[in-house]
Design a protein around this ligand. Structure first.
Ligand SMILES: *[C@@H]1O[C@H](CO)[C@@H](O)[C@H](O)[C@H]1NC(C)=O
Ligand SMILES: *[C@@H]1O[C@H](CO)[C@@H](O)[C@H](O)[C@H]1NC(C)=O
Ligand SMILES: *[C@@H]1O[C@H](CO)[C@@H](O)[C@H](O)[C@H]1NC(C)=O
Ligand SMILES: *[C@@H]1O[C@H](CO)[C@@H](O)[C@H](O)[C@H]1NC(C)=O
Ligand SMILES: *[C@@H]1O[C@H](CO)[C@@H](O)[C@H](O)[C@H]1NC(C)=O
Ligand SMILES: *[C@@H]1O[C@H](CO)[C@@H](O)[C@H](O)[C@H]1NC(C)=O
Ligand SMILES: *[C@@H]1O[C@H](CO)[C@@H](O)[C@H](O)[C@H]1NC(C)=O
Ligand SMILES: *[C@@H]1O[C@H](CO)[C@@H](O)[C@H](O)[C@H]1NC(C)=O
Ligand SMILES: *[C@@H]1O[C@H](CO)[C@@H](O)[C@H](O)[C@H]1NC(C)=O
Length: 417
């Protein structure tokens, strides 16, 4: 067993506090990066298309009024813990080799999109599959599929965010499917296939009467058309004071996992003509990090107002680092082993902002501060082994892989507290 000597300086925080000082201070804008970006017309088409399919999806109707989590799982291995899992700094630790990984075979899981199945797409080295996260002062629970399936019985688990959230959603479904004999009893509720722009995907585990859902909301706040009298370069705006209007569908859930971050870059915003708006006023000069903080404030108020945290356990995952070899995002040199020292673009300013906003909230939120731990995993990106081998990808992760560990951490919180 090799122990990577790596530690870092972030702590998770989920304090209750009454202060509501959430005004955005002036801050420097985050490091600029360029992204390949869809043309505006395509973007508009896609928005219309996904709106229509979303309305159809919702039209089909689903209603879950679920009882609260109360069942305890006495047979779950908690013997290694001193005190509660949440008192441990789960994110201070190291990656250790463990041959009991990976936890599933992506080729046998119909919910892994082809682009993330690295082995299936020709990756030969397998070391990257065999790493477990070891917090310094506690252990993540061993994944025992039966216990998790029972824990989720009659529940609704909802992921909200960008494609990183979709990957994690796929990962959780595949983890859980290893415990389901009749694979056809697990299906997408509307018969939809996984596509990049789809607004809603919900997979039902019918024998256990629960769903694992994904809502695509890359900014969490609402994107709207160009306002009247706006300068020509403004094609659309991001309404920082309004949460995405599919948010009503996130409310009656039992587990709610958010992320945002990857789209808060000039290439996805200003370069596509998308600027910030608060109320009726355009904020043309507002730095991205300030806008990000404002949007998170909107999210925080929405959670406080709409989510009954007695029933719903809320998580927010911090920024997922990428490991591009250059500024133009063309070189992606996936390594064979994790780094011994965090490198990669970790956007810690975004992660710090999440921690800060959550700290000032009146309800308990668990921050999944996975930024630094994931920054060590330059070996775990899709690289050339995606569905389009000519566009390397040093942002997304292979499945099985790092997103499984994010899920194991969530499951540890759910099963120990
Ligand atoms: C991580 O653990 C090390 C050693 O136990 C400790 O020195 C360090 O302060 C910890 N970091 C955080 C952020 O808790
Ligand atoms: C399935 O779950 C829902 C929501 O908790 C519940 O109302 C319903 O009774 C459950 N169905 C069965 C067959 O247990
Ligand atoms: C995954 O499953 C496929 C199809 O059953 C099989 O061909 C492949 O060898 C398996 N891969 C691993 C790593 O077990
Ligand atoms: C648990 O607590 C005991 C004593 O209280 C200590 O010796 C031991 O190292 C602790 N184990 C862990 C994993 O923290
Ligand atoms: C598997 O599940 C499907 C859908 O729920 C059901 O129609 C089928 O009868 C099940 N097959 C077995 C062998 O239980
Ligand atoms: C979503 O927002 C748009 C304006 O941004 C509005 O026209 C539309 O009615 C909203 N849809 C729902 C379902 O609330
Ligand atoms: C949540 O639980 C607390 C303590 O049991 C109770 O005081 C509070 O009213 C509950 N909140 C809601 C919204 O049910
Ligand atoms: C890729 O990484 C390997 C090992 O870390 C290194 O030897 C090689 O020079 C790198 N190639 C590029 C193009 O960065
Ligand atoms: C990916 O492909 C490019 C060109 O096709 C090649 O230069 C590079 O070495 C490949 N990288 C890996 C990690 O295989």
């Amino acid at each position: 067993m090799t122990e990577m000597m790596t530690s870092f300086n972030r702590s998770v925080s989920f304090k209750r506090s009454a202060s509501l000082g959430r005004r955005a201070p002036s801050v420097t804008s985050p490091r600029v990066r360029r992204l390949s970006w869809v043309s505006r017309k395509f973007h508009v088409l896609v928005v219309i298309g996904s709106l229509i399919s979303f309305i159809i999806a919702i039209g089909c109707g689903y209603l879950f009024l679920l009882p609260s989590f109360s069942q305890a799982f006495h047979d779950y291995d908690t013997s290694k813990f001193n005190g509660t899992f949440s008192s441990c700094n789960v994110f201070n630790g190291s990656w250790v080799q463990d041959d009991s990984y990976p936890l599933y075979n992506a080729t046998e899981c119909p919910f892994v999109e082809q682009g993330f199945n690295c082995l299936g797409n020709g990756r030969n080295d397998k070391d990257y599959l065999r790493w477990r996260w070891k917090p310094k002062t506690c252990d993540i629970l061993r994944f025992k599929v039966r216990n998790v399936l029972e824990k989720f019985r009659n529940k609704r688990v909802v992921f909200v965010g960008d494609s990183m959230s979709r990957t994690q959603w796929e990962s959780l479904i595949c983890l859980l499917m290893t415990g389901v004999e009749n694979k056809t009893s697990v299906y997408e509720m509307n018969g939809n296939k996984i596509t990049k722009q789809i607004r809603f995907l919900g997979v039902r585990f019918s024998s256990f009467n629960f769903t694992i859902e994904f809502f695509r909301s890359v900014f969490l706040v609402q994107q709207g058309w160009m306002p009247k009298h706006a300068p020509k370069r403004v094609k659309s705006t991001l309404k920082l004071d309004k949460l995405d209007n599919i948010s009503t569908h996130w409310i009656n859930s039992d587990v709610l996992i958010f992320n945002t971050g990857q789209w808060w870059v000039p290439g996805k915003l200003f370069e596509t003509g998308c600027y910030f708006q608060v109320g009726n006023s355009l904020k043309l000069g507002m730095p991205i990090l300030t806008a990000f903080r404002t949007a998170l404030g909107t999210w925080a108020s929405w959670v406080e107002k709409n989510i009954n945290t007695n029933r719903t356990q809320v998580f927010f995952r911090t920024f997922e680092p990428s490991h591009w070899g250059d500024q133009t995002r063309r070189i992606c040199n996936v390594t064979q082993n994790p780094l011994s020292e965090a490198r990669g673009r970790d956007q810690s300013l975004f992660s710090d902002t999440v921690l800060e906003v959550v700290k000032n909230m009146k309800v308990p939120i668990t921050v999944l501060h996975i930024t630094s731990m994931s920054a060590l995993r330059s070996d775990a990106h899709v690289g050339n082994w995606s569905d389009s081998p000519f566009t390397p990808d040093c942002s997304h992760w292979c499945l099985p892989g790092v997103p499984d560990v994010w899920n194991e951490i969530i499951l540890s919180y759910l099963l120990t507290d």
